[in-house]
Every structure is written in structure tokens, then in C-alpha cells.
Design a binder for this molecule. Structure first.
Ligand SMILES: *Cc1c(COP(=O)(O)O)cnc(C)c1O
Length: 244
């Protein structure tokens, strides 16, 4: 199993590098994040031991269940799932350094309240729904700049960039439109010069579309299936409002 995971990892790292070279980018600009939903801790450990350092869960419950088993191995935890407001207190117990899925002001305010009372800060990315699919979370592109401004007023939240899930489509050019939209929003936000807002990170691209995402400027690609294999749960379990 170690062989399989490290083999897949080597492949992905090579894809990333090739995509960087094709688009005249430095491979050091793109970080690989492992999306570990449904993956048991023994397999996550193999990936960490093979040299990955950045992982992310979609549900607070899973983060909690895996926390003890993984905490001895050095790594960084991000969060990439829909975060319910009533889970804010919980998520802050498990050493998450960045919430990539911040998509609404009431969630930001709850996080800020809690963090401020503990004298802490956390990095966040603003999740944008670039594919116009109702089944996906994220702020509408037209509302993204306003949300960034509002969140920037909350001193315990450090905005580092934007995140999106591209359209699921075999038509690369349609998927590319989503990533271009995120890049374009990033540039617009930069031009607004909003105090305390950094816009360095663009988290976009998954197993099926990471090369396109890199060509369009991704700094973090989030990969699950291509490293750990097919999941038994459909993604709708993680992405639909009904199940979130
Ligand atoms: C599951 C997931 C990924 C990884 O998807 P794969 O297709 O398995 O690579 C990336 N981002 C988010 C938000 C996810 O939920």
C-alpha cells in the first residue's frame, strides 16, 4: 500500500511540475494539498511519511476522529468543507491553520467572536462559487469583493486568498472559465487595496482538473482520488446542503 500511495504521489508531483513548466511557472509556487475525506488514518500516515505535509478534511467530525492518530506526525491541517456555524467551537480544537471554505459573513463573525475570546487568529480563504451550480457552496462571484471587505474588518481572520471548486465537466474550456474567474477576482481584489487582505493564494484544481488550474494560476491544488483511489461515498455527501 505504501508503494501504491507513494507511486501515485510521485506521479502527481510530476504532473504538477510538468504543468508548471508548460505554463512558465516555478513548481515551488504550487503546493499539493491532500484531500483526505473518507481516507483512514493508516493511509493518511503513509502519505505523510512519503513526504506530504498539507492535508485537509471536509467535515469537523472526521477531523476530530482522525486527530489523535495523526497528531504525532508533523503536518499542516486546512479545512475545505462546508462549515456549519454551530461547529465553529469544535473546529478550533483541532489545529486547523487555514479554513479555505469561508463563504458567508455570519460564519466569519462567529469564528471571529470565538477566536478573539481565545486571543487567536486563523488564516482563511474565501470560497467562491465559480461554476454557478446550486449544489456547490461558496459566495456568488458578484458578492465576493463585498464579502472580502466585510471579513477584512474582523481582526482575527487573516485573508490569504480565494478557493473554488471548478465545474464538473469533461470540457476543459468550461472548467477553465471557472479558474479564470477566480484569478480575475483575485486581481480585482488586489486592485482595491483592502487593508489587511493578502491575495497570494488561489486554491483550485482537483484530481480531474489540476493541470488546467495550474495553467490558470493555482497556488494550492487539492487532490484526493488520484492519490488514495476512489471514495465509497459520492461527493454529494460532502457538498450538498442536505447532507452538510
Ligand atoms: C474531495 C475534494 C477534493 C479532491 O477531489 P478529488 O477529485 O478526489 O481529487 C478537492 N476539494 C474539495 C473541496 C473536496 O471536497
Amino acid at each position: 500500500m505504501q508503494d501504491k500511495i507513494s507511486h501515485n504521489l510521485q506521479n502527481i508531483l510530476q504532473w504538477i511540475e510538468a504543468a508548471c513548466i508548460r505554463s512558465s511557472r516555478n513548481p515551488d509556487e504550487v503546493r499539493l494539498l491532500l484531500a483526505t475525506k473518507t481516507v483512514p488514518t493508516d493511509r493518511i500516515k503513509l502519505a505523510l511519511e512519503a513526504g506530504c505535509t498539507l492535508i485537509a478534511e471536509n467535515k469537523v467530525q472526521e477531523l476530530k476522529e482522525k486527530y489523535e492518530a495523526l497528531k504525532e506526525i508533523p503536518h499542516t491541517n486546512h479545512f475545505i468543507g462546508h462549515l456549519q456555524t454551530n461547529k465553529v467551537k469544535d473546529i478550533l480544537k483541532y489545529n486547523v491553520s487555514c479554513i479555505q471554505s469561508l463563504d458567508r459573513i455570519d460564519l466569519a463573525e462567529k469564528l471571529h467572536q470565538r477566536l478573539a475570546s481565545e486571543n487567536r487568529t486563523i488564516d482563511v480563504l474565501i470560497q467562491v462559487n465559480t461554476s454557478d451550480e446550486e449544489s456547490k457552496f461558496g459566495v456568488h462571484p458578484n458578492k465576493a469583493i463585498e464579502l472580502v471587505k466585510q471579513v477584512s474588518e474582523l481582526s482575527s481572520l487573516k485573508i490569504k486568498g480565494l478557493m473554488t471548486i471548478g465545474l464538473f465537466s469533461a470540457e476543459t474550456e468550461k472548467v477553465r472559465t471557472c479558474f479564470r474567474l477566480l484569478k480575475d477576482l483575485q486581481q480585482q481584489i488586489i486592485s482595491h487595496n483592502i487593508p489587511r487582505v493578502e491575495m497570494k493564494e488561489l486554491s483550485m484544481g482537483m484530481s480531474g482538473d489540476l493541470e488546467t488550474a495550474i495553467e490558470e494560476g493555482a497556488t494550492i491544488v487539492r487532490v484526493g482520488t488520484a492519490i488514495f483511489g476512489q471514495r465509497t461515498y459520492p461527493d454529494s455527501y460532502y457538498w450538498n446542503e442536505d447532507n452538510a
